[in-house]
Design a protein around this ligand. Structure first.
Ligand SMILES: Nc1ncnc2c1ncn2[C@@H]1O[C@H](COP(=O)(O)OP(=O)(O)O)[C@@H](O)[C@H]1O
Ligand SMILES: O=C(O)[C@H](O)[C@@H](O)[C@H](O)[C@H](O)COP(=O)(O)O
Length: 171
């Protein structure tokens, strides 16, 4: 059995279920869950609160921080699940700098379902429809060699079970 620390990423646009599924996945493998949203700079949070989408330069330091988190957890022998949009190939390359054996769950959904999900959520700093549009424009979907892609219309428990079986993770 492989005992090296698990490094997992749950990715997708806003409303795809990264936080919800990421927490369930972390429970299932007894790992810690980290929400990338908790690591945005104050500037980025203020920018999103004004309804302005983030750009590459806003995301750069944030992604490096997340890569460092993967590195720290690996160094301590601890399993970690991060929920992060990780929209572009080069963003995921930054994350892999801290986690060379990153297992990725890509949560895929239509714009219609995503908007429904965002509409059902309250108390979150990210709400605008045009912000979702911007993320869908930025999104560079991973292919099947990079990630396990699952449909967000499935029940959360099913998504977690399918991901674990398709990525061959046993914990
Ligand atoms: N597979 C699913 N089926 C039904 N509802 C879901 C599913 N995944 C997430 N949700 C719900 O959709 C909303 C958005 O999920 P959330 O985890 O906040 O997304 P994200 O972190 O990607 O923005 C939440 O209300 C969450 O409970
Ligand atoms: O790359 C991005 O632009 C972000 O990840 C970011 O804008 C994120 O989407 C918001 O912080 C909302 O958080 P959720 O994605 O969890 O809804």
């Amino acid at each position: 059995m492989n005992t090296s620390p698990l490094t997992l990423l749950v990715m997708g646009v806003s409303g795809s279920g990264k936080s919800h599924i990421g927490k369930l996945l972390a429970q299932a493998v007894h790992a810690e869950f980290i929400d990338a949203d908790d690591h945005h700079s104050e500037n980025s949070i203020a920018k999103m609160a004004r309804g302005e989408p983030l750009n590459d330069s806003d995301r750069q330091g944030w992604l490096l921080t997340l890569a460092d988190l993967y590195r720290d957890y690996r160094a301590q022998g601890k399993d970690i699940v991060i929920g992060c949009s990780a929209l572009k190939h080069r963003y995921r390359d930054v994350l892999r700098q801290g986690a060379p054996e990153l297992h990725i769950l890509y949560l895929h959904g239509s714009r219609t379902v995503l908007l429904e999900r965002l509409g059902g959520r309250s108390g979150h700093f990210f709400t605008g429809e045009h912000m979702l549009n911007s993320q869908l424009t930025d999104l560079e979907m991973p292919d099947e060699t990079e990630a396990v892609r699952l449909d967000i219309r499935q029940p959360p428990e099913q998504i977690v079970a399918d991901f674990l079986s398709r990525s061959g993770i046993q914990r």
